[in-house]
Design a protein around this ligand. Structure first.
Ligand code: FE
Ligand code: FE
Ligand code: ZN
Length: 277
């Protein structure tokens, strides 16, 4: 079965997100661990977490995906920014242990002219400082569109990071359909080929979650502008094929489309659920 949801606002806590997910027929969701532009995270309310865990169990909400702030850049040229990456990721992973066994997704980073190889090393160094054998959270590297000096626009770059990480069982990948398409992987005409390439370079067992977005731009545009499903260059049939793909089916799939409200996500989820074969 599809495991579908969307990005939700976390400001009212975990229980509220579960209630919203249930309302829109979602069985997973994603949220920012803190303000996406950075800043301090709100303290976890253990009573809220308790209510969430009970509700999630009852409603069949599976693994959820936390998203790191966009400002987190482990391979910045600025020490201050790298320090923020360390602080934010350590703190986020500590807080995520209140809801054990879920996913923490982050954008690998932008090397800002220092070179891909140097960037990959800095990202792996951060992970090696932070990951612990005790943690129950799996950290996901998101596939990127390859905009500017972004790392992760090629599967090889993600594989190179993973290769340098010591605690490999704490690492996975989140495939963003808009990003891989914009990165030049032709999921519209050759989905099987792209999945086979992912498997060859990274290993399909590393794939833990999917972001399902249409794209405002053509394959290889390196732009990263999301569109609602069916309103971009990827199209509903390809998104349905991604969700139904035997190697991908059942993974947590998160809509990050520019819907104006929850009702928009409800309709998009309903439309996609009808495409399940
Ligand atoms: Fe993202
Ligand atoms: Fe994404
Ligand atoms: Zn994006």
């Amino acid at each position: 079965m599809f495991n579908l949801g969307c990005h939700l606002t976390s400001s009212k806590g975990y229980e509220n997100m579960a209630r919203e997910a249930i309302k829109i027929n979602a069985d997973t969701f994603q949220f920012f661990t803190r303000n996406p532009r950075g800043g301090k995270a709100k303290d976890i309310d253990p009573a809220d977490v308790e209510r969430f865990l009970a509700l999630a169990k009852e409603a069949g909400i599976g693994k959820i995906v936390a998203h790191a702030p966009y400002t987190l850049n482990p391979c910045s040229a600025e020490q201050r920014t790298r320090d923020f990456a360390f602080m934010a990721m350590s703190d986020d992973l500590r807080r995520m242990e209140y809801t054990p066994g879920n996913y923490y997704n982050f954008h690998p980073g932008s090397h800002v002219g220092q070179g891909t190889e140097a960037g990959i090393q800095m990202i792996a160094d951060l992970l090696n400082r932070i990951l612990t054998p005790e943690q129950t959270t799996t950290v996901l590297l998101e596939t990127m569109a390859g905009k500017g000096s972004e790392i992760g626009g090629r599967f090889e770059e993600l594989a190179a990071i993973i290769d340098k990480v010591h605690l490999k069982d704490k690492i996975g990948v989140c495939l963003d359909t808009c990003h891989v398409h914009d990165g030049g992987y032709d999921i519209v005409n050759d989905l099987d080929g792209v999945i086979a390439e992912f498997d060859r370079v990274i290993g399909i067992n590393r794939l833990k979650a999917i972001h399902i977005n249409d794209s405002q731009n053509i394959c290889g545009a390196h732009k990263d502008r999301h569109a609602c499903i069916g309103e971009g260059h990827i199209g509903t049939e390809t998104i349905a094929a991604v969700l139904n793909h035997p190697k991908l089916k059942g993974l947590p799939a998160i809509l990050e489309t520019p819907q104006p409200d929850l009702a928009g996500y409800a309709a998009e989820i309903q439309m996609l659920r009808e495409k399940e074969i």
